[in-house]
Design a protein around this ligand. Structure first.
Ligand SMILES: Cc1cc2nc3c(=O)[nH]c(=O)nc-3n(C[C@H](O)[C@H](O)[C@H](O)COP(=O)(O)OP(=O)(O)OC[C@H]3O[C@@H](n4cnc5c(N)ncnc54)[C@H](O)[C@@H]3O)c2cc1C
Ligand code: SF4
Length: 518
């Protein structure tokens, strides 16, 4: 840290690695200094996977090198510094005390907790802190607030249409949706049948360079008890690599993305998904660039509309929407528990050791590599926690820990809201509750599993199916006013008394076994 008083101390967090960020506007190398810090608190406030931490730190160190090459002054704190700072607030306070900047600049962080911590550190030090808007996103938080104002209920679909119109994405000559429909979700739900997927090409892998290898060594040493296997680390850690990952996806997987977006298959963790979330969330890759490139692939007839629209809906629709929801409802949102779920998270979520083949596959893959695709997160790990009745905050903390792309603005609404219905319907119009038959239809997991997805009672009944009926019985009253639940609840009412008794007894036994079926 230079001893001379500096004008602006520019905070650059681990998920703010975009050179076009507002904090760099008007940067003056003679009087400004960029501040970056690796702190243990960010890996321990939830038990962050080694892969997640290594990805953030490696991308940060590469960004620092790129800034220094451009002539920026960077005050960089490494994870193994012994300066007594264990969290971002105390690390910033130390640097402020040393450098005595006239002001601190910060782009709105991806987590309410972090913004609060940094604002407090600057306030205590008596230095003004400016929070600037995050230009990475296509919809600002103010714009989302305006969208939400006066609406009784928010739905992604209307927001998505607005964004398509506003940004001129996939529109026809009349300004309507390309192909006549805004949403081709009905074409995005195929399974692989019994044959299984064909022509799946593994995503482009990025071999760790010297910087990443250094990070891996530090993480192995300092977070040895955390989940994650760094042996196969291959994530993009620079903007150039992120761009290569995008090209690799567009060329080799996008064509089939739409059709098999919801399908799952043993030992095929990525299938036709992009694996671009971490690159976008760290801001190595701009969502605008991603959307443009995908639309271009469609316009040049390289990919079908259902794939291009399905993918753009995720990035321009869901990704922007969940961020709006996060900032609209925080800080209270994290405490919500609309279904009054009170069970602890099963211990096997940290080991993958369970006879339930679908969960074993999704958990093992997640714990090792830090990745699972959307349907595995929503309809396997998320669904089981929902049906079992796990406290949503615990589910949220697990997801925040284990996924490489986990930053709270995107993880929390997806987990607590979409998958656990903890927000009582803000994110989803009804709980995503289903039996094991859904998993059976969309994957090959049930083949060879000791449980039967069609059965709800007895020792070989699929725990998802048992817990599904138990869920409907437990919440019949609370969800009774939701017209979208009417059919499911009616079916639950039709169960015989004997079945109800059998379901309840088995569900109780599963809960008493910590979520593990006997
Ligand atoms: C319980 C749960 C937790 C999740 N936690 C996270 C998280 O921590 N971080 C995260 O980035 N995504 C999260 N998601 C959303 C989604 O599952 C991941 O973005 C996706 O699986 C990442 O893999 P991919 O890049 O191959 O995605 P693809 O399937 O290729 O999708 C393309 C892109 O669309 C975006 N996207 C897709 N679905 C969503 C969504 N529901 N919300 C926001 N963006 C979306 C992502 O940026 C993704 O890279 C979560 C979903 C659920 C159900
Ligand atoms: S039978 Fe049930 S537990 Fe087994 S893989 Fe299928 S859904 Fe999962």
């Amino acid at each position: 840290m230079p001893q001379k008083r500096i004008r602006n101390l520019i905070v650059c967090l681990g998920d703010q690695l975009n050179r076009d960020s507002a904090v760099f506007d008007g940067f003056d190398a003679a009087s400004d200094c960029v501040w970056m810090a690796e702190v243990m608190g960010e890996s321990t406030h939830v038990r962050s996977s080694k892969v997640r931490t290594a990805l953030f730190l490696s991308a940060m160190r590469h960004f620092r090198l790129a800034l220094e090459k451009e002539g920026f002054r960077v005050d960089y704190r490494t994870l193994d510094s012994n300066d007594g700072s264990s969290d971002l607030g105390s690390a910033l306070a130390r640097s402020i005390a040393k450098a005595k900047p006239a002001r601190v600049l910060l782009v709105q962080p991806g987590e309410w907790r972090v913004q609060e911590m940094l604002e407090r550190a600057a306030k205590n030090a008596g230095v003004p802190l400016d929070v600037l808007p995050d230009r990475h996103f296509l919809c600002s938080t103010d714009e989302f607030r305006a969208h939400a104002a006066g609406r009784k209920q928010l739905r992604m679909e209307y927001f998505y249409r607005e964004q398509r119109r506003k940004h001129g994405v996939l529109l026809d000559r009349t300004g309507g949706p390309e192909g006549g429909e805004w949403n081709l979700d009905h074409e995005n739900r195929e399974s692989f049948g019994t044959k299984g997927p064909e022509g799946v090409r593994k995503p482009r892998a990025f071999k760790p360079d010297a910087t990443t290898r250094d990070v891996i060594a530090v993480v192995e040493r300092m977070l040895k008890d955390h989940p994650g296997d760094l042996g196969g680390f291959d994530w993009p850690v620079t903007p150039a690599q992120a761009q290569d990952a995008l090209e690799d996806f567009v060329e080799h997987r996008l064509e089939h993305f739409g059709r098999w977006e919801d399908a799952m298959w043993t030992d095929e963790p990525v299938l036709f998904h992009s694996r671009l979330s971490s690159a976008m969330n760290l801001k190595l890759l701009s969502p605008r660039r991603v959307i443009e490139r995908v639309e271009q692939a469609y316009r040049s007839k390289a990919v079908p509309l259902a794939s291009a629209e399905g993918f753009i809906r995720q990035v321009l629709g869901w990704r922007e929407y969940v961020r709006g929801i996060y900032w609209l409802h925080m800080p209270d949102y994290v405490q919500r528990n609309a279904l009054k779920a009170d069970q602890p998270l099963p211990g096997f979520y940290w080991t993958g050791e369970t006879d339930m083949r679908c969960l074993r596959a999704a958990l093992t893959q997640t714990l090792e590599s830090g990745y699972a695709h959307h349907i595995q997160r929503l309809m396997v790990t998320g669904l089981y926690a929902l049906l079992l009745g796990v406290r949503p905050k615990e589910v949220h903390e697990w997801y925040l820990s284990v996924y490489v792309d986990a930053v709270e603005w995107v993880e929390l609404p997806n987990t607590l809201g979409m998958s656990q219905y903890g927000d009582g319907g803000v994110m989803a119009s009804k709980p995503y509750a289903a039996t094991g038959k859904y998993i059976s239809r969309m994957s090959n997991y049930c083949k060879g599993c000791r449980f039967d997805p069609a059965k709800s009672e007895g020792d070989d009944a699929c725990p998802f199916t048992t817990l599904y009926w138990d869920f409907l019985l437990r919440h019949a009253k609370g969800l009774g006013g939701n017209p979208r639940m009417a059919l499911q609840l009616k079916n639950a009412q039709r169960l015989t008394e004997v079945t109800v008794r059998g379901v309840r007894a088995r569900a109780r036994a599963i809960r008493e076994g910590g979520g593990q079926p006997v």
